[in-house]
Design a protein around this ligand. Structure first.
Ligand SMILES: [Zn+2]
Length: 466
């Protein structure tokens, strides 16, 4: 699960404080729970969230080692290569803009000059490029004015997302706003999280054009800016270097179904296997996020591979670089094993390693009221319930969203979405409830088996398609 995307930052700044989705499983029935191999689940967790893989950071050798492990486990349980002759691994090329020096701002008005450093007085959002413009000060946005065009608009008030997008739409080159208190409280994390956006190469999708950047400033900087004489100009300098090229992998296995049209009516079970890696000398193991979901998908591959073939084809996809913006999944949706509309439904599994103390008897499905998938699975025995944390936008914060944007009914099953371990170094094996994980997987097995053998085609509810 990714951190919540702040409107102004490319990466999520409040990641450190905000929680991700989780799963709570109700006690599974004895019959289904017995089928889950607790030893297998534990072995996956020990390996993926162990010290050797150092937190599986996006596009690192640690992440690649995790991909090879997942590939060998899919092979072991008899899943076929998801890409046929192409194998299990889908290489995804990433291009990261680099900066030769951090963004810097100079504001000058006559002989008065202000200089702001990134992470010091200001934080410029990740997509920033060099720009220059006259400063136009407003205290509130009460409609488009011609002077906003090509200006740097100084909103002399706490940042407000709506106002900022209104100003961008009015042609502002940049928006300067006072950082609100929660942002100030997380200033250094926000500065660290503000990175240029990574581009996924080869998707054939048009490159997103960066919008006008936002420059968050501290109240003291706002005071100095307010005190300048009229006619101030702001220059934002960003020195860009050669983009850094890296690779991540999606790992995909498949069980081809028995129905004649099985490959055109497939179910996708997915999770992301990357996490945050090593930060500030600490390993972020990502046991819950999302070694737990990865282990669940591997266990589903084992369980579904044992009995008679399902009617529908089932893909097992483990995505790379979810934490950096759903990068693996956004390549997968552009280059799926078959046609994207051959995917009838996608269930992503995220953070099923801890039980939600507030909702101990059910797992959560993000975007519950957006489609009939959750209620239908619940009617077939899933202990699934709504997402009780709508303000967290969990539906948009995992790989399912990349597919949902392209029309696939894609939602995430989770346990406890807001545990204290979320995106913290304490998200390790010692803080995982393995018994709960086994229950969670066991409780979903029957409903997943039903789905893979049914004719049910989930649909978005009216007006709820993202
Ligand atoms: Zn996460």
């Amino acid at each position: 699960m990714r951190g919540m995307k702040h409107a102004l930052l490319t990466a999520s700044l409040l990641a450190a404080v905000l929680a991700a989705p989780a799963v709570t499983a109700p006690p599974a029935t004895a019959a289904t729970a017995a089928k889950v191999c607790a030893q297998c689940v534990k072995a996956h967790m020990d390996h993926l969230a162990g010290d050797a893989l150092r937190g599986r950071r996006c596009a690192t050798e640690d992440e690649h080692a995790a991909a090879r492990y997942i590939e060998s486990e899919l092979k072991k349980v008899g899943a076929r290569p998801g890409f046929g002759q192409g194998g299990y691994l889908q290489a995804v090329s990433l291009s990261t803009p680099t900066e030769l020096s951090p963004p810097a701002v100079t504001v000058s008005a006559g002989s008065a000059v202000l200089k702001w450093a990134q992470g010091g007085e200001m934080i410029a959002s990740g997509e920033s490029a060099s720009l220059s413009g006259p400063v136009v000060r407003i205290t509130a946005f009460d409609g488009v004015k011609p002077e906003f065009r090509d200006a740097v608009v100084f909103l002399d008030a706490p940042y407000n997302r709506k106002t900022a997008s209104g100003l961008r739409a009015a042609g502002a080159k940049a928006v300067v706003a006072i950082a609100p208190q929660p942002f100030l409280d997380q200033w250094s994390q926000a500065a660290a999280a503000t990175r240029p956006q990574i581009e996924v190469l080869g998707t054939g999708e048009p490159k997103a054009q960066p919008g006008a950047p936002t420059i968050m400033i501290k109240p003291q900087a706002a005071e100095a800016l307010r005190a300048l004489p009229a006619g101030a100009r702001l220059d934002l300098a960003v020195a860009q270097g050669q983009p850094k090229l890296q690779t991540t992998y999606n790992v995909v296995g498949v069980i081809h179904g028995s129905a004649p049209n099985a490959d055109h009516d497939a179910i996708l079970l997915s999770a992301h296997y990357d996490h945050l890696g090593v930060r500030g000398g600490k390993t972020f193991h990502g046991a819950d996020d999302d070694a737990s979901g990865t282990s669940a998908v591997l266990e589903f591959a084992r369980l579904l591979g044992r009995g008679p073939k399902p009617r529908r084809t089932v893909y097992f996809a483990l995505f790379g670089c979810e934490e950096s913006g759903g990068l693996g999944a956004s390549y997968f949706r552009a280059r799926p094993p078959g046609a994207l509309n051959d995917l009838t439904a996608n269930l992503e599994f995220e953070m099923i390693g801890l039980r939600d103390p507030k909702h101990p008897n059910e797992l959560m499905l993000t975007g519950w009221d957006r489609s009939n998938l959750g209620p239908t699975l619940a009617a077939h025995g899933a202990r699934l319930g709504p997402d009780y944390y709508p303000e967290q936008n969990f539906f948009q914060r995992s790989d399912n969203y990349q597919l949902a944007l392209k029309g696939v009914v894609a939602q995430t099953v989770g346990g406890w979405p807001t545990p204290p371990t979320y995106h913290d170094a304490s998200d390790d094996l010692a803080h995982i409830d393995l018994a709960f994980m086994d229950e969670a997987i066991g409780s979903m097995l029957g409903p997943v088996q039903w789905l893979t053998n049914s004719d049910f085609r989930p649909a978005w509810n009216p007006g709820k398609k993202p």
